[in-house]
Design a protein around this ligand. Sequence first.
Ligand code: IVH
Length: 459
Amino acid sequence: MTPSENILQLREQISRHNYAYYVDDNPLISDAQYDDLYQQLVKLEQAHPELITSDSPTQRVGDQPLAGFVSVTHAVPMFSLSNAFNQADLESFQKANLKLLPTLNTTYSAEPKMDGLAINLRYQNGLLSQATTRGDGTTGEDVTHNIRTINSIPLKLNGSDWPAVLEVRGEVFMSKKTFQRLNQQQLENADKPFANPRNAAAGTLRQLDPRIAAKRQLSFYVYGWGEVSSEWPLPELYSSVIEQFKQWGLPTNPDADVVAGAQGMQTYYDELRLKRPDLPYEIDGIVYKLNEIVSHKVLGFTAKAPRWAIARKFPAEEVWTELLGIEIQVGRTGALTPVARLKPVAVGGVIVSNATLHNLDEITRKDVRIGDTVIVRRAGDVIPEVVGPVLTHRPDDTQLFTMPQACPECGSEVIKEHDKAVYRCSGGLYCPAQRKRALQHFVSRKAFDIQGLGDKLIV
Ligand code: IVH
């Protein structure tokens, strides 16, 4: 075998094992055997640098950070989805489509709505040439350097029957396991933990240095396409397109399914909600897409979203935990905000130990008492909130909360504004909490935007 043949064979083997490991989660060889193949390739390429190509697995991670991000206009705009919040919304969605197209075949692809970021991957002659974020849907940012570090994304497509230009679209996300490990490391390094896997994935793609993304291990599932050169005979069914993408080596979501009509959508929803806590990744709902592509062409798009697809959102996740205490936070203008100190509990993929209680009126209205078992809710990126007490679980020794008469930070008198729910510390800039918050506000992006004087320096 010539070195060139040997190199090609090793690359092919490595990419096959990458797929088995990162997509199928079913390695066919040991880590040591994999490392051995990889090292053989590294050595051969060192001996024959003229044979190094950009699709080699050794070339995933560049060693130079980028100077900045480049904007890219999408060849085909990246749309958003309209939302459904219950089964009735899905039935109206189907009915509206049937009205526009009475012969509509109401079979859908049902897929988890991954909680990550939409990405466009452009393959030219089977090679990954560019990866861009969705941005505003028309223009995104070139993040090829970071996307190349995702081991499950092929740098070169399998086979040879792909169109010369193929753009595929899908979600970049961070698995729950990787997210937990990353946040543990952040804490160990005294860095701020990420609020949720979506923020972690977004923060990773925003890095100029690809070595950071390589360490953080993002994942990807394909769920659509953009520009495709016309020689490719697009299959009739959406599910067949996704199956073809899989054959070309692109990772597809194993939890997707094809379902029939409104009843099929409901059954899939019920099943996925039960599976949700055990899924290896975060989802915030389900996406349904009409499976017959001809109907996509007939139904088309509204200004924002396709008529042939809809996202059914899950209700905000609610859990029970114990209200250990209520503390007061003093804001920039002296407003006192009661904050619930909770027994730490996992909700919506993150550990929550504080939640807002807004103001005293809210606490009174909800009848929340210290020592109560409370319902905590968190929806997406929203700050967790206490919904109310679980009265059947109220112990005898709960304590009613009262607003302090003196500011807990500076001892100044607390004043309730007439007819308003707000209590305020009267200390003004004498109050260290108000001083700190005022300074934070002054230097912030919303005000004077003084860079380098962040929250860490203002103590
Ligand atoms: S399809 C034209 N499928 O949801 C239709 N989107 O709210 C384009 N998303 O920007 C989207 N999982 O980031 C589609 N299986 C899935 C999805 C999915 C997550 C995200 C995507 C998109 C957003 C729209």
